[in-house]
Design a protein around this ligand. Sequence first.
Ligand code: UT7
Length: 317
Amino acid sequence: MSIKVLGTGAYVPEKIITNDDLQKLVDTSDEWIRQRVGVGERRVSVNETAADFAVKAAQQALEDANMLAEELDLIIAATITSETVCPTVAGSVQKAIGASCPAFDVNSACSGFLFALDTAVSFLERDGYKNILVIGSERLSKIVDWSDRSTCVIFGDGAGAFVITKGEGYLESKLFTAGGDEVIKIPGFGGSSPFYTNEPMHPYIFMDGQETFKFAVNKIVHDIKELVEKAGLTLEDIDHVVTHQANIRIIEFASKRLKIPMDKFFVNIEKYGNTSSASVPIAMAELARSGKLKRGDIVVMSAFGGGLSSAVCILKW
Ligand code: UT7
């Protein structure tokens, strides 16, 4: 399948909220958060939107790709926290960077970036689509209940982006959805029609942490094994694993069960927490800048979360 990543970018807002800061809001501790989740601090927006983050990550990815905005044929943004349903985050980015191509958003919660990337890969098969900007951007701080210690210690804000073109490097991918709201639910704006009788919903993230944890570990392990085999590779062939940064213990479980050493897993959860669809592209942008990622390396990207959903793909960098 056809893809080459030409450039990556990432952006996080300036404001840092430490675990000690959170102790002033809820009954928690730095020790609990570090041990049970692996987060030390997270970035929180003061007044920037998910679209603002997306613009900064996109500009960095374009610069990295040495490409002008006018050369883009499509922009796809994954988000669950757009300030407006319309314009979309992708549409706002298109205007801000001076592109003139079509632009649209996708929503598959924390798996959103990989769903967007897979969609972009399909577009590359079509005539007229050569260069595509794919973004994951989230301002989760606006949908977090800051009085709920079981969720507010986990999440953070940020954005990541790829500029891709036709190439040979998308070896395999798998998307999965098990629709339902029992495990994770984030109500949208319910509206206020005089004809509605339904009760207004609590507009914040609800997550059954333990069920999500089990789902995540099982999906990562099962999907990576399946996909690696389908690509005609072995687990030893993998140079880097970049998973959704939801919980360090999920990543450690996956490492143990797949027998892939932890030093092949890229981890930055300590700095940013869980940034939903932005998590994988921020990690990829940091991995690319670390000097550890070489052309030809085999990279597995894996994400999971609300939907429930999961996505895995294998890239030859
Ligand atoms: O991005 C979407 C994907 N999301 C995920 O993958 C998240 C997956 N789940 C998780 O990461 C973990 O389940 C959590 C981090 C959400 C929770 O960790 P846990 O180890 O599953 O904790 P728990 O819910 O089983 O709670 C254990 C205890 C409870 O106290 P009791 O009932 O044993 O007395 C909680 O009330 O920890 C308590 N607790 C806390 N204590 C201090 C829950 N949150 C906190 C907190 N600080 N922030």
